[in-house]
Design a protein around this ligand. Structure first.
Ligand code: SF4
Length: 469
């Protein structure tokens, strides 16, 4: 039957079912269901094919969104999966964790009437295609006779490995953790991304010829010099793991935690990697204050709720409109019982040896700062103390370049970010011509999808450098 031109009005946006807040806080599993084939086709059919695919431009990997929506509408699942992988190495993961409201869906022409459910359809395509036996078509790939070492099995490293494999370049991916994924596995809680999804991606990449060497720390277990000598090129995708400090008095009190160790501790216990109860940071029965308004802050909020915290309060120094995190995650946090205090800036963490509260002041938004965002200004005389048994600091991450980078002429900027070529013949090449870098360690802490994009682009550059592209 011909598609009605106004299908987007006649068929409202519908997303897969979401569990109720009461149900989902009882477990750590994903909270959203999956489209079935008919729902996916119907929702994909809401795309107007408007001719100005702003969604594609707003998507950091520039997915061919209207094209794969059309394939899904026509029931061509495997073709959609193949097309989706032409621009994105981790589509099922981006479909789950991208802040679509700020990216593709925020730019959708019919956003006012409910944007096309792009993220959920992207997730459906790979999940369903893999379930039905689809694997990337490697039939035209021939061995280029080159080998590349990749340091870091996070989104940038996996993006690079995917492109190199498709170019016939063999890669060996090294990671210090016992599983691939970096923060996808050890930083993002399973209620947003179940670890089986990352496992499945590992199997797909291994099927494409990518080799993973895990539990292996470069600079300790293997010298970086060995990689530089033994491989034709090296890609660094080591991410950002050092947390940004608020330099607040009292940050060293017992009961104050940085976001990442808190999340990693929980995930390691859920995965059974760490079975020692003493190493679990457990907020059961505690009044928790989370400082920071990004996605990591939301992950901490929602983990604390699942642990059975007595209360979780999230304080953020700007207003809700200017929060950096995904609106979806803020909404999920609220539904699960997190209390938000906007326009509150922490100035001190209070306690003797153990934290008892956080002193905050009210703020109002002033003129834009150098980053273009309106800067919070303190409103005098507005101090208050938020009682707390535990405090989580979630102000973000920054790169922490190991010494062996400089020893091999890989320069870092004063911010710790790795310096790479931004134009010329070989973008993403570091000051050591044989070494390339991309993702958060180059651009600073950013989205999963931007790291995937940089890993892919760096791999294209490596491929050119090796005379393969
Ligand atoms: Fe949207 Fe992210 Fe998928 Fe791009 S990768 S289409 S931004 S969900």
């Amino acid at each position: 039957m011909a598609k009605h031109p106004l299908q987007f009005i006649e068929v409202p946006r519908r997303d897969p079912d979401k569990q109720s807040a009461d149900e989902r806080v009882q477990h750590y599993g994903e909270i959203y269901g999956q489209f079935d084939n008919a729902d996916a086709a119907q929702q994909a059919g809401r795309c107007l094919d408007c001719g100005n695919p702003y969604c594609e431009w707003k998507c950091p990997v520039h997915n061919y969104i209207p094209n794969w929506l059309k394939l899904i509408e026509e029931g061509k699942l495997f073709e959609a999966a193949e097309l989706s992988h032409q621009t994105n190495s981790l589509p099922e993961i981006c479909g789950r964790v991208c802040p679509q409201d700020r990216l593709c869906e925020g730019a959708c022409t019919i956003n006012e009437m409910g944007a096309v459910s792009i993220g959920n359809i992207e997730k459906y395509i790979t999940d369903e295609a893999v379930k039905q036996g689809w694997r990337p078509d490697m039939s035209n790939v021939t061995d280029a006779g080159k080998r590349v070492a990749i340091v870091g099995a996070g989104p940038a490293g996996l993006g690079a490995a995917d492109i190199l494999a498709r170019e016939g370049i063999r890669s060996v991916v090294y990671d210090a953790y016992p599983e691939i994924g970096g923060l996808l596995t050890f930083g993002i809680p399973p209620f947003k991304l179940e670890k089986e999804v990352v496992q499945q991606r590992r199997e797909i990449l291994e099927g494409m010829g990518v080799e993973f060497v895990l539990n292996t720390r470069i600079g300790e277990d293997i010298a970086f010099a060995e990689l530089v000598d033994d491989f034709d090129a090296v890609f660094l995708g080591m991410g950002t793991y050092k947390y940004v400090s608020g330099n607040l008095p009292g940050e060293d009190l017992a009961g104050v935690f940085d976001a990442l160790p808190y999340l990693v501790s929980n995930i390691n216990h859920q995965l059974g990697i760490d079975k020692d109860p003493a190493s679990l940071i457990d907020f059961a029965g505690k009044n928790v204050v989370v400082l920071g308004g990004g996605d990591t802050g939301m992950d901490c909020n929602r983990t604390a709720i699942r642990q059975g915290a007595a209360s979780v309060t999230c304080a953020y120094r700007r207003d809700e409109e200017n929060m950096p995190g995904s609106r979806r995650e803020v909404a999920n946090s609220k539904e699960e019982g997190v209390r938000f205090l906007f326009n509150r800036q922490p100035v001190e963490i209070i306690g003797d040896t153990q934290v008892t509260g956080v002193k905050v002041v009210e703020t109002r938004l002033g003129a834009p700062g150098p980053d273009g965002r309106r800067q919070p200004e303190v409103v005098p005389g507005t101090e208050e103390i938020l009682p707390a048994d535990a405090v989580v600091i979630a102000f973000g991450f920054r790169p922490d370049p190991p010494d062996w980078l400089a020893e091999h002429q890989v320069e870092s900027l004063p911010s710790g970010r790795t310096r790479v070529a931004t134009h010329g013949d070989f973008p993403f090449q570091t000051s050591n011509p044989k070494v390339f870098a991309g993702g958060d360690m180059v651009r600073g802490s950013d989205l999963v999808v931007t790291a995937v994009f940089e890993g892919r682009e760096a791999a294209k550059s490596i491929s050119k450098f090796l005379g393969v592209w």
